[in-house]
Design a protein around this ligand. Structure first.
Ligand code: FNR
Length: 193
C-alpha cells in the first residue's frame, strides 16, 4: 500500500543542506523503498501569517494550495535547520497557516530530520514535537536523525546534496519507520516497527 509524504524544508536558502536531505529522501524512496511517494512542498511563497488575509472565510490562493497539499498527504517529513535553538521562522509560519481551522495537520504521521550546527538540530526537533502536540501530529520516536552539517566535513557537496553513504542509510531507516508508522496509524497494517 502506498503512502504520500509531504516534505517541508525549513530553509529557503539556495544550497540548503536540509533541502538536500529532502532530495536524497526522494532518491532513496525511488530507488529502494516501494510504496512511499515524497513530494517536496515549497513553503517560500507563503505570506507571513496574518489573519486579516482570511477575509470572508477564505485563505489567499497560495495558502489554500499549501493547505491542500498537507490535507492530501498521509504523512509529513520535516527537514529544518535549527535557528537559535528552535525551528526556523519560515517553517513555523507554514505550520501556523495550516493550523488555522480546520487544522489540516490533524491525525497525520510525521518524522523530523535536520542538518544544522553542532547539535545537529536536536533542540529544534524537540520544539517541533511540542508544536505538533497542539496540531495533533504523531511523530515517529525512532530512529532520530540529527546531522552536524560541518563536522566531520564532507557530508554535503557545495550544492547541498548529501553525499555521505552512512547518513543516507540512516535517512533510509527514518523513511522506513515513517512508512510503517503511517500504515499503522491509518489502520492499514498491524505491524509494529
Ligand atoms: C543558525 N544555525 C544554528 N545551528 C544550530 O545548530 N543551532 C542554532 O541555534 C543555530 N542558530 C542559527 C540561527 C540563525 C539565524 C542562522 C542563520 C543559523 C546554523 C544553521 O543551522 C546552519 O547554517 C544550517 O546549515 C542551515 O541549514 P540549511 O540552510 O543548510 O538547510
Amino acid at each position: 500500500e502506498s503512502i504520500k509524504v509531504a516534505a517541508l524544508c525549513g530553509s529557503v536558502r539556495q544550497a540548503s543542506y536540509n533541502r538536500g536531505l529532502i532530495r536524497s529522501a526522494i532518491e532513496i524512496t525511488k530507488g529502494s523503498i516501494a510504496g512511499v511517494e515524497i513530494e517536496d512542498v515549497d513553503i517560500t511563497a507563503l505570506p507571513m501569517l496574518n489573519t486579516d488575509l482570511e477575509g470572508g472565510g477564505r485563505f489567499p490562493p497560495v495558502v489554500e494550495a499549501f493547505r491542500q497539499k498537507i490535507l492530501e498527504a498521509d504523512s509529513i517529513l520535516f527537514a529544518s535547520p535549527e535557528y537559535n535553538y528552535s525551528v526556523s521562522a519560515p517553517l513555523k509560519n507554514a505550520m501556523d497557516w495550516a493550523s488555522r481551522p480546520p487544522n489540516v495537520w490533524a491525525d497525520k504521521a510525521a518524522a523530523i530530520i535536520s542538518a544544522s550546527g553542532g547539535s545537529g538540530g536536536s533542540r529544534s526537533q524537540y520544539h517541533l514535537r511540542q508544536i505538533g502536540v497542539f496540531l495533533d501530529l504523531h511523530f515517529i520516536n525512532k530512529p532520530e536523525l540529527f546531522i552536524d552539517a560541518h563536522h566531520p566535513p564532507g557530508k554535503f557537496d557545495k550544492n547541498g546534496d548529501l553525499i555521505d553513504a552512512e547518513t543516507k542509510e540512516r535517512l533510509k531507516q527514518v523513511l522506513l519507520s515513517l512508512q510503517t508508522f503511517t500504515l499503522r496509524l491509518q489502520g492499514r497494517s498491524k505491524l509494529k516497527n
